[in-house]
Design a protein around this ligand. Structure first.
Ligand code: SF4
Length: 372
């Protein structure tokens, strides 16, 4: 808990300024499936989630969100990716808006990012809600990646710092920042560097797409055990690839990791990550096919024979972060409604039906293993 960070309020929840580190999660149900999303939001709240995030991409999701708001006491955060223009219609139904600086350039292209952020601030001020600047390795704003020659850590830190300076210029202080990567060591580097530059800004901690159990928890611990004892981190999420019924386990693990750190039980495995690394997203309303979690589990099972080989395989649930996040993986799969795109680094190897992609993945992995 950052003693030096300023206090912000998300409805009645205090984040920063030495407040207890809050634990949050995100619904993986389709937002427009109102009943399922209410159920999941309530399950997360009853499990102790301080905040529950919900993805919104279109007007149907906004209509559903209004109904969800009426049916749950959970403090709600809306996750806006490409369609930041929905901020005005979602603001009355939530306590915080997360925007992704790396997706602000997709819509309304002629309008400078500066104006878009000023508009988001005007809405947050009008509704008395907080903002999160959520920078993610899978979607860093192109101009920052170019400026830092593809160096993700510096690009992520610079992007976050640039948005903080802009929000300060706009006299808006009710914001937190997240700097996420799927590599726990990069999460440590980003957050250490950022908190040195902006010790006043509350931080949302997380290893993005940490993946399936137990690897997802181990990766998360590697980052959290190095950052939280330094006073870095004011709220956190453990991003795990779980079925909808298991989703509340993200809260259980978040609380357990905090308790262990508080009681000096450090369990991260220093040698972890020397072999096969499976990255997979925690899924959300944008997931293109309900078979995503199954596919991620099948990939893990099928590739176990290569566990000694230092290779990364990424399995992503949709086209929002899928294409970007799979670019750096040795082999990557990102899901579409009826087919999966398979890639070797940034090269597409084609699109395959869900029940046909594993043998192709096996052949590609065999080739990489043979080369090692
Ligand atoms: S990759 Fe897509 S489905 Fe997975 S968490 Fe990100 S936005 Fe959601």
């Amino acid at each position: 808990m950052g003693l030096k960070t300023r206090k912000i309020k998300v409805r009645d929840l205090v984040i920063g300024g030495g407040a207890l580190i809050s634990v949050q999660s995100m619904c993986a149900t389709r937002t427009r499936d109102i009943d399922a999303t209410i159920r999941q939001a309530e399950d997360l709240r009853k499990k102790g989630a301080d905040l529950v995030r919900i993805a919104v991409d279109n007007k149907n999701d906004v209509t559903a969100l209004a109904e969800i708001r009426k049916a749950t006491q959970a403090r709600l955060v809306v996750d806006l990716q490409e369609n930041f223009l929905l901020a005005e219609s979602v603001a009355p139904h939530v306590d915080k808006i997360r925007y992704n600086p790396g997706h602000l350039h997709h819509l309304d292209k002629r309008r400078p990012v500066r104006d878009k952020v000023a508009w988001l601030v005007s809405i947050a001020k009008a509704h008395g809600i907080a903002l999160r600047v959520g920078v993610n390795c899978g979607s860093v704003a192109p101009e920052f990646l170019e400026r830092h020659n593809g160096d993700h850590v510096n690009a992520i830190v610079e992007s976050a710092a640039w948005h903080c300076d802009l929000l300060d210029e706009l006299h808006f202080t009710d914001y937190v920042v997240s700097l996420k990567d799927s590599d726990p060591e990069k999460v440590v580097a980003c957050n250490k560097e950022f908190s040195k530059r902006r010790p006043d800004v509350p931080i949302h901690l997380g290893v993005t797409e940490a993946g399936l159990l137990p690897d997802g928890v181990i990766k998360t611990r590697i980052a959290f055990e190095q950052l939280i004892p330094l006073g870095i981190g004011d709220t956190l999420r453990v991003s795990l690839t779980l079925t909808n019924a298991e989703k509340p386990e993200e809260i259980t693990w978040g609380r357990k990791i905090l308790r262990d750190i508080e009681e000096g039980r450090f369990v991260s495995v220093p040698d972890f990550g020397k072999g096969l690394n499976i990255i997979s997203c925690p899924s959300c309303s944008r997931v293109e096919n309900a078979g995503f979690v199954d596919l991620a589990q099948q990939v893990k099972a099928m590739t176990a024979y290569a566990k000694e080989h230092r290779l990364t395989i990424a399995v992503m649930g949709c086209r929002v972060n899928g294409p970007g996040e799979t670019d750096d993986a040795d082999l990557g799969l990102w899901c579409g409604p009826s087919a999966v795109t398979l890639k070797r680094k940034s090269i597409s190897l084609g699109t395959f039906r869900y029940n046909e992609v594993l043998p192709v993945l096996r052949k590609e992995l065999d080739a990489l293993v043979a080369r090692q």
